[in-house]
Design a protein around this ligand. Structure first.
Ligand code: FES
Length: 125
């Protein structure tokens, strides 16, 4: 069934829920499956990505909802240590081989953060 226009935005969290370097996981419904994603806050700004490493197609966090390095500067895959830039999603080191995380565009509206699910950079694997 085609999505209605109002389904484009998926409410994730109220603005202010996440503190610096905190994260919140959420599920995005696709036509044939659900895909996990995560919202992060860094230095007062929010970013979101699919929870899929670019080394293997598995979650970065071992289900622990911990994505940041100890110093809060990087997103780190707990599997083999791939390192991503939290602002751009770019691969900065480790076995991700230069491939960035899949970005989930965000919209901030009326005090809430929404995922723009129609414009997610979907992985097709
Ligand atoms: S699965 Fe992420 S570094 Fe290997």
């Amino acid at each position: 069934m085609p999505r209605k226009p109002k389904d484009r935005l998926l409410k994730i969290a109220p603005v202010g829920e996440l503190k610096n370097h905190q994260s919140k996981k959420f599920m995005i419904q696709r036509a044939d499956r659900q895909t996990e994603a995560f919202l992060i806050q860094k230095d007062g700004r929010h970013y979101a990505y699919l929870n899929l490493c670019r080394h293997w197609t598995v979650g970065l966090d071992f289900d622990g909802n911990e994505f940041f390095s100890e110093d809060g500067e990087w997103l780190v895959c707990k599997n083999h240590g791939a390192v991503y830039n939290p602002v751009t999603g770019g691969c900065e080191g480790g076995p991700c081989g230069g491939a960035p995380l899949y970005r989930v565009p965000l919209v901030e509206k009326e005090g809430f953060i929404y995922a723009d699910v129609e414009n997610v950079d979907w992985v097709e694997s």
